[in-house]
Write a protein that binds this ligand. Structure first.
Ligand SMILES: Nc1ncnc2c1ncn2[C@@H]1O[C@H](COP(=O)(O)OP(=O)(O)OP(=O)(O)O)[C@@H](O)[C@H]1O
Length: 591
């Protein structure tokens, strides 16, 4: 109803043109009756060809004007549908892009795409059909019924029994239509997910010889999708003709009882013109009746789609309003323009425990530590101990137990927009856009100098050597870059957009030792006004960290490198093993 209300001006134009068109439609059967009568009169010598010509020209011009009203009505209905479609998609996309990656992953990306495109389209199509048919079917039918009653009310009542029967059947079939359409949508979502998976992992499947297996599994998904599409289409397409036949049954009575009216033994006395007008009116009415049943189907389909997208539409509105309210009320300012003036703040973890929603046990238990502006904190530990999870927790994608506060404020309670302005994140899987090097770093911020940030990540020379320098496009997901270049480009982006807290998950994993050291030097200089978490397996740079968090067996040992070397035998062993391995590698190189 809100969407209808917003578009009231367009709907007013639809109403005026719709009324003109549908009331004008009555001219059709009336003229047809007059033409039949005139023909009869010409054959019996009571009228001339001229009167027929006059009648025919008037008929064509009246119908022409009525069709013009129809054109205007359709134009505005289409405009209404386009506006609603755009509005719905804007709201839906706003919600979807604000969903955490975790939520999107759980939902299934294919399902998300289906919702974003197909459900909105179906929903709007239902609204469009409803708006069209409320006039073309509703008003037109009322006019036709009025005309039938006017000509012979008894015959009208007998023949009008049939259209309601077709509606009743359409209503009964509602459930079947709804369930077949719902399963069609589900299968479409699955197919989208599988297609995306095949495209994004094509090389892996090829290299590991899984293509045939994937093909078979894809074929199976495709078959399920086709089956559900056929099912839905059969129900959608086969029922309207049945409704049409039922509605048209009244014609039999009209032919029999109408003929009696003409010969004078029926309910009333009719001329040929009355008979033709009545019959034409009824056939048009029964045709409209079948459209009414079709309209029910479209509205049911729209209801299913609306049910699927509805939670996202509400959430978007309320989340957006909440965010706006909280941000204006919040004392926490946006990142300061002059970052060097940023006041020292403290990030505190107090008894934080965390388990993934689908996980059996906690990844951490009762973790406590604090970090101050200007510190770099190294995070390390054995494989799969939860290093990345520790970083991701601060993005608040999943709920945690305990407290994580920044400047005394609980981060999970902050509005999402504010949190986004506070925490910069570089994940394991870098996200690069199919755009230029420059746009990937600046992300539209024209106040920044791209070369400054390329220098910070030691990539300026490589970009200067590229064909179009900073305007070189890097391909989908950075496919035209090396692993190390992708990593540094993403790091340049994170550093360019200042945030008081940075979480960098293994940012140097693809860099050689010299580049790693140089980039780390620059990072240290830039960290004076931020808190940086550097998650890594490699401990070579850890002696230079202000703090080190060692994660193991759900516990976190938070200390300094020197202290851990004294107190933590596992950390000590890992550090020495890596140092020894490095010496051996250098020895081999020298030989
Ligand atoms: N989305 C998830 N849902 C459920 N469990 C998860 C999820 N992500 C990670 N895990 C589990 O959490 C544990 C910690 O994973 P995490 O990626 O944080 O470890 P890590 O120390 O960064 O690993 P690595 O050393 O391989 O980089 C693992 O056992 C992993 O299986």
């Amino acid at each position: 109803m809100d969407y209808f209300r917003v578009e009231w001006k367009i709907l007013l134009a639809v109403t005026i043109s719709g009324l003109i068109y549908n009331v004008g439609l009555l001219a059709g059967p009336w003229f047809e009756g007059q033409l039949a009568e005139c023909l009869m009169n010409i054959l019996t010598g009571k009228a001339t060809f001229r009167s027929m010509l006059f009648l025919a020209v008037t008929y064509v011009s009246v119908i022409g004007s009525v069709q013009l009203a129809r054109y205007i009505k359709r134009f505005y209905v289409r405009r209404f549908a386009n506006n609603v479609n755009r509005r719905m998609k804007t709201i839906l996309y706003r919600t979807l892009v604000h969903k955490s990656r975790a939520e999107l992953g759980e939902e299934g990306i294919g399902n998300v795409i289906t919702k974003a495109i197909s459900d909105v389209d179906d929903c709007v199509e239902g609204m469009r059909k409803f708006t069209t048919e409320i006039f073309d079917t509703g008003i037109a039918m009322c006019c036709y019924i009025g005309m039938l009653l006017f000509y012979d009310w008894k015959l009208a009542l007998i023949s009008l029994i049939f259209p309601p029967i077709s509606y009743a059947i359409a209503e009964k079939m509602k459930r079947v239509i709804q369930s077949t359409n719902a399963s069609y949508k589900e299968e479409m979502g699955v197919l989208n997910t599988v297609t995306l998976d095949r495209i994004s992992n094509a090389v892996t499947y090829r290299v590991f010889g899984c293509e045939r297996q994937r093909q078979e599994s894809y074929e199976k998904t495709l078959k399920d999708y086709e089956r559900s599409a056929i099912h839905a289409n059969i129900w959608n397409a086969t029922l309207p003709p049945i409704y049409k036949v039922i509605s048209a049954t009244g014609v039999i009575f009209i032919l029999y009882l109408g003929a009696k009216n003409i010969v004078g033994s029926g309910f009333t006395a009719w001329s040929i013109a009355s008979f033709t007008t009545f019959l034409a009116c009824y056939t048009k009415l029964s045709d409209k009746s079948s459209k009414a049943a079709k309209l029910f189907n479209a509205v049911h389909k729209a209801q299913i789609s609306w049910n699927r997208i509805h939670p996202y539409m509400e959430r978007a509105e309320s989340a957006h309003q909440e965010d706006e309210k909280e941000i204006s009320a919040s004392k926490l300012a946006r990142p300061s323009e002059n970052h060097s003036e940023q006041k020292s703040s403290e990030l505190k973890w107090k008894n934080v425990s965390f388990a993934y929603p689908n996980g059996k046990s906690n990844i951490f238990e009762q973790v406590c530590f604090s970090a101050k502006t200007g510190q770099i904190i190294g995070v390390t530990g054995p494989v799969a101990c939860g290093k990345s999870t520790l970083g991701k927790i601060m993005l608040c994608e999943y709920p945690y137990q305990g407290e994580i506060t920044y400047s005394g404020k609980e981060i999970s309670k902050m509005p999402e927009l504010l949190r986004n302005q506070m925490i910069g994140y570089l994940g394991h899987d870098v996200e690069l856009l199919d755009d230029s090097v420059k746009e990937n770093i600046l992300m539209g911020d024209e106040n920044e100098n791209v070369w400054k940030w390329l220098k910070v990540v030691c990539m300026d020379q490589e970009v200067r050597n590229m064909e179009k320098k900073e305007d070189t496009t890097i391909g989908n997901g950075g496919m035209r870059l090396s692993g190390g270049q992708s990593e540094r480009l993403s790091l340049a982006r994170v550093l360019c957009h200042w945030r008081p807290i940075l979480v960098l998950d293994d940012p140097f994993s693809a860099l050689d030792q010299t580049t790693e050291e140089q980039v780390f030097r620059h990072l240290k200089e830039l960290s004076k006004n931020r808190i940086v978490f550097l998650i890594s397996h490699r401990l070579r740079l850890f002696p230079e960290m202000d703090q080190v968090i060692w994660l193991d067996q759900r516990q976190a040992d938070c200390s300094t490198h020197e202290q851990l070397m004294k107190d933590n035998p596992l950390y000590q062993k890992l550090y020495f093993d890596q140092a020894q391995a490095k010496e051996e590698a250098q020895g081999e190189n020298n030989e």
